[in-house]
Design a binder for this molecule. Structure first.
Ligand SMILES: NC(=O)c1ccc[n+]([C@@H]2O[C@H](COP(=O)([O-])OP(=O)(O)OC[C@H]3O[C@@H](n4cnc5c(N)ncnc54)[C@H](OP(=O)(O)O)[C@@H]3O)[C@@H](O)[C@H]2O)c1
Length: 290
């Protein structure tokens, strides 16, 4: 008998893709933007494990080089690194120029500015940075690389949204709004590019244990750290869903939570999101600018 949740389980459970098929569809190079640590580093590792060559972009050259070296050693694939600030207005042209001659078959846009603070405590500079990195960055990189994928009739794009992209929440006004942008942008890309052979996936993780997420948690000894998903699990679900669905919320509990929220009147859903944010983030330790 089918459990109620099974109906909503993403189709990736039913149709695993072999590494050879993944490489033919999305290789030979994958480009990961925001790749030095956390989910971006995990995407890089799992994509390299499938045999693709990598171009890893980040603004932290030290951690970027260390992650790239470890991947070369472990997976024996070619890994190039680009030290680029994804907030640059010319990010599309710049990355295209720096990857000239490489066949990029998969773009993963992972980087984000995740300021967690009351709206009146953020600054115009932080708000602009979030819009530059979270909205303009993916838009420009998709503009830069999707035309060649369409010309080849194959390829993939993965965009990182968040469960906060579904409803606004206290302390997340700008971040959540940029993640709603990603969600709707990704829906439209999925609709336009899938018939042309290019798969598009928007990923909406819940709390995931990365350096960015940990920076919003208590640092003092004995401080309670909230439960959070393993980045490896999130990326595994994302890669298994690419080419199957337009969107994935990794983790059964997160999927159930999103379904419950979607059934509430908007006012109640926003209040509940705000309560969840207050629990997940220490009010006395707002995370400004990450
Ligand atoms: N972790 C979670 O709980 C969670 C939940 C929902 C959604 N997400 C989404 O998942 C993605 C990954 O988030 P994360 O917090 O987990 O981050 P992460 O994977 O730990 O790291 C993101 C990487 O991107 C880099 N980056 C940020 N801004 C950049 C810029 N302007 N130019 C170049 N590189 C830049 C970061 O460098 P710096 O270290 O210098 O900033 C960092 O190395 C984000 O899109 C986020 O919104 C995460």
């Amino acid at each position: 008998m089918m459990h109620a949740l099974d109906e909503h389980r993403p189709a990736w459970n039913k149709r695993p893709m072999s590494n050879d098929a993944f490489r033919s569809k999305y290789g030979p190079y994958a480009l990961i933007a925001g790749a030095a640590v956390g989910l971006g580093a995990e995407y890089s590792r799992q994509i390299a494990a499938r045999g693709l060559r990598l171009v890893m972009i980040d603004r932290d050259p030290g951690p970027l080089a260390a992650t790239a070296d470890a991947i070369r050693k472990q997976h024996g694939v070619e890994v190039r690194t680009l030290d680029i600030d994804l907030a640059r207005p010319d990010v599309g042209e710049r990355v295209l120029a720096d990857t000239a001659g490489l066949e990029i078959g998969l773009v993963v846009y992972n980087a984000a500015i995740g300021t967690v603070a009351p709206f009146l405590e953020t600054t115009p500079q932080l708000d602009d940075a979030a819009i530059d990195v979270n909205c303009r960055g993916p838009l420009r990189l998709v503009h830069a690389f999707a035309p060649a994928m369409v010309a080849r009739g194959r390829g993939g794009v993965i965009l990182m949204s968040s469960m906060s992209g579904n409803f606004g929440s206290t302390q997340l006004a700008v971040y959540a709004a940029t993640k709603a942008f990603t969600l709707v942008f990704g829906d439209a890309l999925w609709s336009e590019l899938t018939p042309l052979g290019v798969d598009v996936l928007v990923v909406q993780p819940g709390s995931t244990r990365t350096p960015g997420w940990l920076s919003s948690q208590p640092s003092e000894p004995g401080g309670e750290i909230m439960p959070a998903a393993d980045p490896a699990e999130v990326v595994r679900e994302a890669l298994a869903t690419l080419g199957v669905e337009p969107r994935v919320i990794p983790g059964d509990a997160n999927r159930q939570g999103a379904e419950l929220l979607a059934q509430l009147p908007r006012r109640q859903a926003v209040e509940m999101m705000s309560q969840i944010t207050a629990k997940l983030v220490r009010n006395d330790r707002p995370r400004i600018g990450r």
